[in-house]
Design a protein around this ligand. Structure first.
Ligand SMILES: *Cc1c(COP(=O)(O)O)cnc(C)c1O
Length: 467
C-alpha cells in the first residue's frame, strides 16, 4: 500500500506556482518579491512539518495565502511608532523625551526633502558653518559669546572635557560624581575623554578650600555637575558657582558647568520649581555650560555648548567635533524650537513640553472624569475602574524631589493575584494599535492623563481592547 505522507507532500504547491497566483502577485507588488518568497518558503516548511505530525491534514491554498498576507503585514509594520505616554513622566527617555511642536516638524520636513544651506553662506556664496543656524539664537537666549551643538549632552560633556582637560586633572566634587543612567557616569566619561578625574571634598560636603588645595600646575579645569537625578539632604555643603568661578579665574583655569536639563527660561514664572538656566550659570562666571536639547528645552536630541568665544572655538576645532556633529534635521528642529523662546508669553501654548508641565490640575481631572466611563464600558464589569490622584514627574533627571499633582485612571482586578492581573491589563493596553503605556502601582494598572493630548484617538481605539 502507498504511504500517504509522500503523496500528501506532493500535493503541496511549488513556490513558483504560488507566485503565479493572482492574490500572491498582489502581495509581491505590496511587499516586494524577496519578502514574499521568504515568507512562502517559511510557511511551506511549516505545512510539511504539519504533514509529518498529522498525515491526514490537507493543504488549503486560500487559507495559506491569507496567512501569508497577515504575517507579512505584521512583520513589515513600523517598529518605531507613536504611543500614548501615560506613565506620568513627561520627559520619558524610553519614550523619546520631548514631543516637539508642529513648526519644528515642518522645518524638519523641509530640511529632509529639499536641499538646504546647511554649510553654505548665502550672502557671500562661500562655505558656511552648520552650527551658525542655531548659534545666533543660543547667544541671544543665554547671553553667551559663542555656542556649538553636538549629538547629545553626553557628547557635549565628552567634547568639552577632551578639548580643555586632555592629559590634565579635572576637579569635581565627590558629591557630583553621578550616574545619569544608560551608562553615563561622570568618572567614565572623564577617563574616555583623556582627563584625570581629581575628586575633591566628600559626598555630602565640599568647600572652596578643597578645590583650592587640589588646584595645581596639572589642573585643566574645574567642573561642576548639576546633580540632576538625586538630591543630597541633611548636613550638606557645596560651593556656590560665583565662588568657584572666581577661584578658577584667579588660577587661570576654565570653569565648566554641566547643567543636564538646563531650561532657557525661569520655570518659576510658569508656576514650576526653579531649574538653573544657562544664562544664570554664565552670569555666575562659568566659562562653558553644557545642556540637553531634548529635556526641559523641549527640542530634538542634542547637546548644547555655550560660553566664552575662545574656548568654544577650541571645542569646534577638536577633530572629535566632526564625529559628534548633528545632522540637518536636528538643526532644523532646534532652530524652530529656539525661535519659540523669543516669545516667552506664548511659550506655554507653543511648546508641548511646557504645555504638559503647566497643564492645570482641574483640566486633567475633568478629562479623567470624561474618559473614565469610556474605559469602564470598554473593559466591562469584571474589572474595577476609577479616577485617582497621581503625581507626575518631569523626568529626564530634572527636579527629582518635586512632583506635579495630576489625575489618572486606575484599572484593577478585584480578586487575588492582583499583581499578575495588573501585568495582563498593562499588556492589553500595550497591544492597542497606538500602544498605551502606563504604570503598575499597588496592584493596579494606572494611566496618568497629564500627557493625553489626543483624547479622541485614545477613546476610539478602546473598542479594540482585548482583555
Ligand atoms: C541628562 C544628563 C546628561 C546626558 O545628557 P543626554 O542629552 O541624555 O546625553 C549629562 N549630564 C547631566 C547632568 C544630565 O542630567
Amino acid at each position: 500500500m502507498l504511504n500517504p505522507a509522500p503523496a500528501a507532500r506532493r500535493a503541496l504547491p511549488s513556490v513558483d506556482k504560488l507566485l503565479n497566483q493572482s492574490d500572491v502577485a498582489d502581495l509581491v507588488s505590496r511587499f516586494g518579491r524577496p519578502l514574499v518568497v521568504e515568507m512562502i518558503r517559511a510557511l511551506l516548511d511549516q505545512e510539511r512539518a504539519k504533514f509529518d505530525q498529522d498525515r491526514a491534514s490537507c493543504f488549503d491554498e486560500a487559507l495559506f495565502v491569507s496567512r501569508c498576507a497577515t504575517t507579512l503585514a505584521r512583520e513589515t509594520a513600523r517598529s518605531l511608532k507613536p504611543v500614548f505616554n501615560l506613565t506620568g513622566t513627561v520627559l520619558h527617555t524610553n519614550l523619546g523625551r520631548a514631543v516637539m511642536p508642529q513648526i519644528a516638524a515642518d522645518a524638519v520636513m523641509q530640511a529632509m526633502t529639499r536641499p538646504v544651506n546647511l554649510e553654505f553662506d548665502l550672502d557671500g556664496g562661500t562655505r558656511g558653518e552648520r552650527d551658525s543656524h542655531i548659534e545666533r539664537w543660543l547667544i541671544k537666549l543665554t547671553g553667551a559669546e559663542a555656542a556649538a551643538v553636538v549629538n547629545n549632552n553626553a557628547a557635549a560633556v565628552y567634547l568639552v572635557l577632551n578639548t580643555l582637560g586632555l592629559k590634565k586633572d579635572v576637579l569635581v566634587s565627590r558629591g557630583e560624581l553621578i550616574e545619569i543612567g544608560g551608562a553615563f557616569r561622570i568618572p567614565d566619561i572623564m577617563s574616555r575623554a583623556g582627563c584625570k578625574l581629581r575628586e575633591v571634598g566628600t559626598t555630602n560636603r565640599t568647600h572652596l578650600k578643597d578645590y583650592a588645595e587640589a588646584l595645581g600646575p596639572r589642573t585643566g579645569a574645574i567642573m561642576k555637575v548639576h546633580a540632576s537625578n538625586y538630591s543630597i539632604q541633611g548636613f550638606t555643603a557645596a560651593v556656590a558657582e560665583p565662588d568657584l568661578a572666581k577661584l578658577a579665574r584667579e588660577r587661570g583655569v576654565p570653569f565648566i558647568v554641566d547643567l543636564g536639563s538646563g531650561m532657557l527660561v525661569d520655570l518659576q514664572e510658569y508656576g514650576l520649581p526653579h531649574e538653573p538656566t544657562p544664562r544664570e550659570t554664565l552670569a555666575h562666571g562659568a566659562d562653558i555650560v553644557t545642556f540637553s536639547g531634548d529635556k526641559l528645552l523641549g527640542g530634538p536630541q542634542a547637546g548644547l555648548i555655550v560660553g566664552r568665544q575662545e574656548l568654544i572655538q577650541r571645542v569646534k576645532k577638536n577633530p572629535m567635533k566632526r564625529a559628534l556633529r548633528v545632522d540637518k534635521m536636528t538643526l532644523a528642529a532646534l532652530e524652530a524650537v529656539l525661535q519659540l523662546y523669543s516669545n516667552p508669553a506664548r511659550l506655554k501654548e507653543e511648546l508641548p513640553t511646557l504645555r504638559a508641565l503647566t497643564r492645570p490640575l482641574r483640566d486633567i481631572e475633568e478629562q479623567a472624569a470624561r474618559v473614565m466611563g469610556r474605559i469602564a464600558s470598554a473593559i466591562g464589569p469584571a474589572l474595577g475602574v476609577q479616577v485617582i490622584a497621581c503625581a507626575s514627574q518631569i523626568g529626564s533627571g530634572s527636579l527629582p524631589v518635586d512632583s506635579l499633582p495630576s489625575a489618572g485612571i486606575a484599572v484593577e482586578h478585584p480578586g487575588k493575584a492582583k499583581g499578575s492581573q495588573a501585568q495582563r491589563i498593562a499588556g492589553a493596553f500595550r497591544a492597542l494599535p497606538c500602544p498605551v503605556i502606563g504604570r503598575i502601582k499597588d496592584g493596579a494598572f494606572v494611566m496618568d492623563l497629564r500627557c493625553l493630548d489626543d483624547e479622541a484617538a485614545f477613546v476610539v481605539q478602546l473598542a479594540q481592547l482585548k482583555l
